[in-house]
Design a protein around this ligand. Sequence first.
Ligand code: NAI
Ligand code: MG
Length: 354
Amino acid sequence: MSSRRHSIAVIAGDGIGQEVVPAALQTLRLVAERHDFALDEREYDWGSDHYRAHGRMMPVDGIEQLARHDAIFFGAVGAPDIPDVETLWGLLIPMRREFDQYINLRPVRTLPGIPARVVGGDDIDLVIVRENVEGEYSSVGGRLYPGTPYAAAVQEAFFSHRGVTRAAEYAATLAESRRRRVTSATKSNGIIHTMPFWDEVVAEVMQRHPDVTLEKVLIDALAAKLVLAPASFDVIVASNLFGDILSDLAGALAGSIGVAPSANLNPERRHPSMFEPVHGSAPDIAGQGLADPIGQLWAGAMMLEHLGEQAAADEVVAAFEGCLRDGIATPDIGGRPPRRSSRTRWRRGSGSWA
Ligand code: NAI
Ligand code: MG
């Protein structure tokens, strides 16, 4: 009997979430066994099917059910026939907010065997620290005069001193364990209230970290610089929207959005943290056996690290890096599509492949 047990909520969700989550779990179970700990998994079949049947992405007490676990292993949500605002705000965003997962950590690194997409793309090693619970993704706003020629929409961005401080603090502390550089994504020339405030608070935090160099870059120029000199970045701290956009960009530069992982952290550990790939449900490739499982697997490694299982986490990363080195790859990173006969389907709720 394993001495260490970790209670994991598993939500595969929609689209390729149903493919990459089971694939990643197989590996996580194997390393758990090898490192003598147990993952007590509880699968929740929440997502768009649940929405079609019950009009909600998860039950009314869904957050309470998840609160019992040590961590949440999440795939993706999103279905072409349901508005994204229902799917994302019905499951993903409530988890981030109710569990105060205010840091979204998104490492981007060049992986072996994946051809660089840009000049200088061979040694990318950066981490995006995305503020995860406020900023541009606020629910404050509304619509006026719908259906008339005067139809209008207003959306407020919300930046608090506490919110920006804790994101910047996390980024600075992380940089201290790395190459001691923080790049702050801003747009204080165009967005004249929230972004100068962001700049001020970030600068205030950095004064407490004299060993860390702070560079403030306007988001448009930063996007270009990421393409032109991706290896020059260490830690990037960004608001919710900017961090979201930059992480797809950086993930793609490192090979594919399919390999990019993310951790939604409640650093104080008062609530469960959630681990998911950066990508969404990819309806364009779902059900075809084409999904790259590395983003999900790497998110699993981040989860093991968070649970204190560093050696097992390292082994997961070494395992997918080894596969890549051996040329085992999905089409998004240059591999060949699988033969039809080799395609398998995950049986929902059964915990196994069919
Ligand atoms: P997406 O990330 O699902 O797909 C973007 C492109 O990347 C597609 O061409 C897709 O085939 C490809 N891709 C994504 N993951 C891949 C993987 N593992 N292997 C190979 N290729 C991969 O983003 P998109 O298309 O904008 O959104 C699709 C749905 O997912 C929407 O409903 C959206 O709202 C939702 N979404 C959900 C997220 C989440 O649950 N965290 C995050 C982003 C989008
Ligand atoms: Mg995104």
